[in-house]
Design a protein. Structure first.
Length: 299
């Protein structure tokens, strides 16, 4: 069972700690436990309950009305999909996935994922729900709320879905552009790499995926024996500054004649001037453009 401080709850729900305290005192919406220091402590059930309350509150329900509902009524109303569209529906799905992850409920997690796929299709499912969900999980990590087992539990399900989707795409013709994609040594967050693999293959590109934690020497060995038109990598892990900058320099040195694209949140930390063959993809829009522009005749 995880435990959360009121600051953790504030970070995860977007509701100010001061407001949460008022809700507790005035409306009795939560009854947190107390440490010996008298600080509030919340458990998994508290987190899920306040997430549901925060969702309803942000979508027009007054806290006084919510306070008069039973916990089951709040749960059913917050998870009710009928009538929700766009961003509202995406948030419903994200909350559902977070709850399933917290409880290690694989059946529920996969059922939610399947429902999203049926409603939205794979690409929109990833962009509108899974990526924001992963950002939420990143926030959970920042406040030390998620234990590694929970993160691995959820990530492995998403990873399997991506691999099935990649295998389900038609194999591109041999004369199409050839991409080599990988994650650098020490990087194991594979989901963004698998998604770019899916997008590139969908848009008619040949893809060789070396996976996670790959030494650049292994890639160099491959490029000396097989043709490669483009190289792509994604960096999430907060590497030391010197290591990150050296990684960029080595990419320019080892592959001077192959265009290399680097994406991910750590791109903003790179301090060295990009070698001529390297492009930084700062936003998701740039990543999608990168994947889609390679075969413009495809929709």
């Amino acid at each position: 069972m995880n435990s959360f401080t009121i600051k953790d709850i504030e970070s995860l729900t977007g509701i100010k700690a001061h407001t949460i305290r008022i809700w507790e005192q005035r409306y009795n919406v939560l009854r947190p436990k107390r440490k010996d220091t008298n600080h509030r402590v919340y458990d998994n059930g508290d987190l899920k309950h306040i997430m549901r309350i925060a969702y309803l509150y942000r979508h027009g329900y007054k806290i006084s009305r919510i306070a008069n509902m039973s916990e089951e009524e709040i749960k059913q109303l917050s998870l009710e999909e009928t009538g929700h569209k766009g961003a509202h529906l995406y948030q419903v799905y994200i909350n559902q996935l977070v709850e399933a992850m917290i409880d290690f409920d694989q059946v529920k997690f996969e059922k939610i994922f399947h429902n999203i796929l049926l409603r939205m299709g794979f690409e929109q499912c990833m962009l509108k729900v899974i990526y924001p969900y992963l950002e939420r999980i990143g926030l959970l990590w920042l406040v030390d709320c998620v234990i590694p087992a929970q993160e691995h539990f959820a990530s492995n399900i998403i990873r399997k879905k991506l691999m099935v989707a990649i295998d389900g795409l038609d194999t591109p013709a041999q004369d199409h552009e050839r991409f080599m994609i990988f994650l650098p040594e020490g990087e194991f967050h594979e989901i963004p790499l698998l998604f770019i693999h899916y997008m590139l293959k969908k848009h008619g590109c040949m893809v060789v995926n070396f996976g996670a934690n790959v030494p650049l020497e292994d890639l160099h060995f491959y490029t000396e024996r097989k043709p490669v038109d483009h190289i792509y990598t994604h960096v999430i892990t907060n590497f030391p500054q010197r290591s990150l900058d050296k990684f960029v320099k080595d990419l320019g040195r080892l592959f001077p004649n192959i265009p290399v694209a680097i994406s991910g949140p750590q791109v903003a930390r790179i301090t060295v001037t990009a070698p001529e063959n390297i492009t930084y993809l700062v936003s998701m829009e740039e990543v999608l453009q990168y994947a889609r522009r390679k075969n413009p005749e495809k929709p």
